[in-house]
Design a protein around this ligand. Structure first.
Ligand code: AP5
Ligand code: MG
Length: 216
């Protein structure tokens, strides 16, 4: 299953993509996580991306397209994938179509759009906690990572000014992609407000899968 999970910052893309990874045993490809890995490792790319991300802006398209091309060519995505955080601009979407259709002979099965209004996004991001080791995110109030026990931190771009900027940039550059994928008949809109499990079940239903997959 080749999936794209799409939505504004804080809509739950990472949370739901992780559940799809577990349900279908397909890799969760998050460009935000890849970039944070580069920042953490202090690579040339990481040094370039860090100030852009901290301010809530977008890393240039050519860099992002190179990242996704490398990632999709790795063997683990041969049986499917769930991409979270890419594409974010029309040039990225066109490059991904060309990469999938022409170079890899693949196509998307569905683009899941998680619809959440701005006040709820701000509320979620302001309190979100992130594991410094694997970047997984946890709801407000969680102090330690349930997987490795590490003390959770606040992401630099979850500070109020950066959150405001991220939402503005999303509305300007990324929201137009909804129309781009709707014209291809690929979008399933899912109400992103409710419990994490409720939303997972809505996502599975949009994919034509029964909820038993989630609970097995
Ligand atoms: P990225 O890491 O992709 O950030 P984002 O799109 O801003 O999205 P988030 O990760 O903040 O939110 P999410 O939708 O994953 O929500 P989550 O599941 O964590 O990108 C970061 C930066 O990298 C970008 O700003 C940009 O600089 C750069 N970048 C990345 N890709 C790029 C690209 N393609 N082009 C250019 N630049 C790029 O959930 C949020 C919180 O809510 C969590 O605390 C979670 O526990 C909680 N939560 C989840 N579900 C629920 C629920 N149902 N109810 C209540 N709380 C919930
Ligand atoms: Mg995320």
């Amino acid at each position: 299953m080749n999936l794209l999970i799409y939505g504004p910052p804080g809509s739950g893309k990472g949370t739901q993509a992780e559940l799809l990874h577990q349900a279908f045993d397909i890799p969760h490809i998050s460009t935000g996580d890849i970039l944070r890995g580069e920042v953490g490792a202090g690579t040339e790319l990481g040094l370039k991306a860090q100030p852009i991300m901290a301010a809530g802006g977008y890393v240039p398209d050519d860099i992002m397209i190179g990242i996704i091309r490398n990632r999709l060519q790795q063997g683990d995505s041969a049986k499917g994938f769930v991409i979270d955080g890419f594409p974010r601009t029309i040039p990225q979407a066109e490059a991904l179509d060309s990469l999938l259709n022409k170079e890899l002979g693949r196509r998307f099965d569905r683009a899941i759009y998680l619809n959440v209004e701005t006040p709820e996004l701000v509320r979620r991001l302001a309190g979100r906690m992130t594991c410094p080791a694997d970047q997984k995110t946890y709801p407000p109030g969680t102090e330690r990572c349930p997987l490795d026990g590490a003390r959770l931190i606040q992401r630099e771009d979850d500070k109020p000014e950066a959150v405001k900027k991220r939402i503005e940039v999303y509305l300007e550059k990324t929201l137009p992609l909804l129309d781009y994928y709707q014209r291809q008949g690929l979008v399933s809109e899912v109400d992103g407000v409710g419990t994490i499990l409720e939303i997972h079940k809505r996502v599975l239903a949009a994919l034509g899968q029964s909820a038993e997959v989630a609970e097995s």
